[in-house]
Design a protein around this ligand. Structure first.
Ligand code: CP3
Length: 345
């Protein structure tokens, strides 16, 4: 059976425009909170394939999205490269041993050796492959090397990125060494996710907009292109979605468009602009402002506007970033239903 979501990623005509939501398996769902409580902390849930599989499927059954995204986190990669990861309630992720020297970079596990440690992710995908309805697609993912490096260098989320940027301008060789090392792990990581059952993979460059436009190619884009080239050479039928948050307005990719199928448009970029600049190169994914989910009317207005712009062609509905924990479940359902309603042919 063909999966509508995969067909849409590849630019094929589909009976309606498929939809999923970033962070769709998460705290706005009471069913998620129940499993999360049983698992203990967040990382224990990521490490438990049965429970991770269960929460991955929840939004398929409850809100009716067309694709399931693996339940995990982008930070399990630096964690398995040897950095100690904790999730602190109210503070988010923390590495207490951030990287600042060449010796620390050299001490990290590299390539396949690090990727091989992420067995719980591959086990979760294998279970999902059995459990997921045949018409629903399974999305694997990774963080982009730049976005992962920001956490590895800063040790936690940051508003200013000053430690990374100090390295970018005063010791770019060290930053590139970190990015290269992460890139190698991510190539194997995505490959193993595909071998374990992922139908599609997404690369999250959530902190793309922290880099000045003239430096984006050098410190992020080129590594994403390298990863995509590697994956496409081996798995040409597997769509790759790239989500560089906050840069679609200025992005010119240095003339290199890269082997991606889908470009995730963030909510700060008008869809019409993205369509004009990128629509013939990529299928576009997005891009409702997630806070519109607080109001059904605001949601409907936005879904209709996006549909009017995209006309159901080369498009996947999504939010322009992750869903927030206090969104009512029925509003999330409303979003999904509206995307299907306006795009049914
Ligand atoms: O449903 C899905 O989208 C799949 C699961 C997923 C999670 N994190 C689960 C999660 C995915 C794809 C991610 C990616 C991720 N993680 C990104 C990139 C996407 C983005 O949001 O920009 C980033 C930057 C992270 C790092 C991260 N993980 C942060 C900053 C936080 C804390 C912030 C918060 O929302 O609490 C996390 C924790 C996290 N990852 C949660 C979930 C469901 C919340 C943990 C909990 O249950 O308490």
């Amino acid at each position: 059976m063909s999966k509508i979501f995969v067909d849409a990623c590849l630019g094929k005509e589909t009976p309606y425009t498929p939809v999923w939501m970033m962070r769709q398996a998460g705290r706005y769902l009471p069913e998620y909170m129940e499993v999360r409580k049983k698992a203990g902390d967040f990382l224990s849930l990521c490490h438990d394939p049965k429970k991770a599989c269960e929460v991955t499927i929840q939004p398929i059954d409850i809100v009716g999205v067309d694709a399931a995204i693996l339940f995990s986190d982008i930070l399990v990669v630096p964690n398995e490269m040897g950095m100690h990861l904790e999730f602190i309630k109210g503070e988010g992720p923390i590495f207490r041993d951030p990287i600042s020297t060449q010796e620390e970079v050299d001490a990290l596990l590299s390539g396949e050796e690090a990727a091989n440690k992420l067995t719980y992710v591959y086990e979760t995908l294998k279970l999902l492959k059995q459990e997921l309805p045949e018409d629903k697609a399974l999305i694997g993912f990774t963080g982009a090397p730049w976005t992962l490096a920001t956490y590895m260098i800063e040790g936690k989320g940051t508003k200013t990125y000053n430690i990374c940027k100090k390295m970018m301008y005063s010791n770019p060789t060290l930053l590139h060494d970190i990015l290269k090392k992460v890139t190698e792990v991510v190539k194997y990581y995505l490959e193993k996710q595909i071998e374990s059952g992922a139908d599609v993979v997404q690369i999250f460059d959530s902190w793309a907009a922290a880099i000045e436009p003239g430096k984006y190619d050098e410190f992020s884009w080129k590594y994403m292109v390298e990863i995509a080239d590697y994956i496409k050479a081996k798995y040409p039928h597997i769509p790759i979605i790239m989500f560089p948050k906050g840069v679609s307005a200025f992005i010119n990719m240095g003339g290199v468009y890269g082997n991606f199928d889908v470009f995730g448009v963030d909510w700060g970029t008008p869809m019409a602009m993205a369509k004009e600049k990128l629509g013939d190169k990529y299928v576009l994914q997005g891009n409702m402002e997630p806070c519109r989910l607080y109001s059904k009317e605001a949601t409907t207005m936005c879904v209709e506007k996006i549909q009017e712009t995209m006309q159901g062609k080369r498009h996947i509905f999504n939010l322009g970033h992750g869903i927030l924990p206090d969104v009512p479940v029925e509003n999330a359902k409303h979003f999904v239903n509206e995307c299907h309603r306006v795009s049914k042919k």
